[in-house]
Design a binder for this molecule. Structure first.
Ligand code: PNW
Length: 458
């Protein structure tokens, strides 16, 4: 396997609501996740992010773990309502101060801070005005980006605007299984455009307000779309329709300046009924310094069996690929490392020179990790997962894809959204009773992997 270059960046990711806790401390405003997790039945077993990993108070201990791990970069998210409790206007200095100190601690540990500005915790005050269904939210997002850039941008040089606008639109606004809990189905589509517009406006704001040159990325959830064996033309058409919604709805406007054909969804008006306005696409397509890719698994698609509804059907992997069961994570997600090579080489083939350097901004697996009697956590399946997915990145790199870094999801076990604390994705185990951190076997493996990659890199 051709090794990754010495400049390759090894990292780990987290997100504010999933780890910080301290949801009402130091003047923080409410976010949609504070509201949603208080809703009976919204989250498995009524869990909330109120305390989470208590990272807000234990950040120094967590940075020490990252330093020991040997990370080059750490991807975290800034909580918008910590910085702007009402979503706009008044800045809360204590909230901003937290990230200021975190950045200093990371830099002192030799770790490149890679903040994401929006990882789903919209200020509730903005949700009350329509959230991402309201075009104004895009403008407020850019104002918030400017505030953060002015404060951190002398030291932070790599930024991520949004995390997974697709998953946020679908779970938050189409199905309602995530905050803000709206079930609008295809009526949620404006959420995609307003997030992308916000991304474009924020990109300009970061470049204008950060004292140091700002590299700007976006982190998309990407899935290679597969069809079952013996697929028909109708199955291939369904797969193309799914690809347009999950992947190309975001990468096409960002990289090519236009939306994909959405006629399979009954959308033929290029303005989406006035949502996409003149000049918007040029804002969205502001040149990116990198594309962040969050990869978990491929999606198998067939033609819909039911009348009406969506133009595709998502297949269970075992139904799509009979006789070859994939290993599953605790979440039930199939483990398919070659899907990551397929995804990366597919992006390269589709976008060519328009594809900026790629960072894997999330990749990881949930397991039911429990300390053994001796206190060790032997998460061998996670080690396999990491090793095979990193090899898949190496293969894509050897095939010419300009991939610059790999961030595993996640540094710590954390609040897994609608699943509460039931899914553990961390390299570090968190005891939610005591807050105690215990590095798992995968932590030690990743540490060794990073050290060895550095020693042997060309
Ligand atoms: C991502 N899916 O979410 C998020 O960026 C993280 O905050 C999250 O903890 C992580 O992946 C693990 O779930 C996803 O159903 C949520 O395909 C759901 C899906 C994918 C990503």
């Amino acid at each position: 396997m051709s090794p990754l270059p010495v400049s390759f960046s090894w990292g780990a990711s987290t997100a504010a609501y999933q780890i910080e806790g301290a949801v009402a401390e130091d003047g923080k405003g409410a976010s949609v996740w504070d509201t949603f997790s208080a809703r009976p039945g919204a989250i498995r077993d009524g869990h909330t992010g109120e305390i989470a990993c208590d990272h807000y108070h234990r950040h120094s201990e967590d940075v020490a773990l990252m330093k020991d791990l040997g990370l080059d970069s750490y991807r975290f998210s800034v909580s918008w309502p910590r910085v702007l409790p009402e979503g706009r206007g008044r800045v809360e200095p204590r909230g901003l101060g937290f990230y200021d100190r975190l950045v200093d601690e990371l830099l002192a540990a030799g770790i490149t801070p890679t903040p994401t500005l929006f990882h789903w915790d919209l200020p509730q005050a903005l949700e009350d005005e329509g959230g991402w269904l309201n075009r104004d939210t895009a403008r407020h997002f850019a104002e918030y980006a400017a505030v953060v850039a002015a404060r951190l941008g002398d030291r932070v040089t790599r930024w991520i605007t949004l995390n997974e606008p697709f998953v946020h639109m679908v779970f938050g606004y189409a199905f309602g299984t995530h905050a803000p809990g709206r079930a609008l189905m295809l009526e949620a589509l404006p959420v995609a455009h307003h997030q992308l517009l916000g991304h474009g406006l924020a990109t300009a704001a970061l470049r204008a307000h950060a004292p140091a040159p700002a590299q700007v990325l976006i982190a998309n959830n990407c899935t290679p779309v597969r069809t079952p064996e013996g697929a028909t033309d109708a199955d291939h058409a369904a797969a193309a329709a799914y690809d347009a919604l999950h992947n190309r709805l975001f990468t096409d406007p960002l990289l090519l300046g236009g939306y994909p054909d959405l006629s399979a969804y009954g959308l033929t008006d290029p303005t989406w009924g006035g949502v996409v306005r003149e000049g918007d696409l040029a804002v969205v397509a502001a040149p990116l310094d990198g594309l962040g890719v969050n990869y978990y698994n491929p999606t198998w698609i067939a033609a819909p069996t039911a009348e009406a509804g969506l133009p595709f059907e998502i297949l269970e992997p075992d139904a799509a690929v009979p006789g070859r069961p994939y290993p599953r994570t605790a979440f039930g997600w199939p483990v398919v490392p070659d899907g990551l090579t397929e995804l990366l080489t597919g992006l390269d083939a589709r976008y060519g020179a328009a594809l900026p350097p790629v960072w894997i901004t999330e990749n990881g697996c949930s397991q039911t990790d429990r300390p053994s009697e001796s206190g060790e956590i032997r998460d061998e399946a996670r080690i396999d997962y990491l090793r095979t997915h990193i090899e898949a990145v190496e293969t894509a790199h050897a095939r010419g894809v300009d991939v610059r870094g790999y961030f595993t999801w996640s540094l710590l076990d954390n609040f897994e959204w609608a699943e509460g604390y039931h899914q553990r994705f961390g390299l570090v185990h968190v005891d939610y009773e005591t807050g105690r951190r215990t590095p798992k076997a995968s932590y030690h493996w990743y540490r060794e992997h990073i050290a060895q990659a550095r020693r042997t890199a060309p």
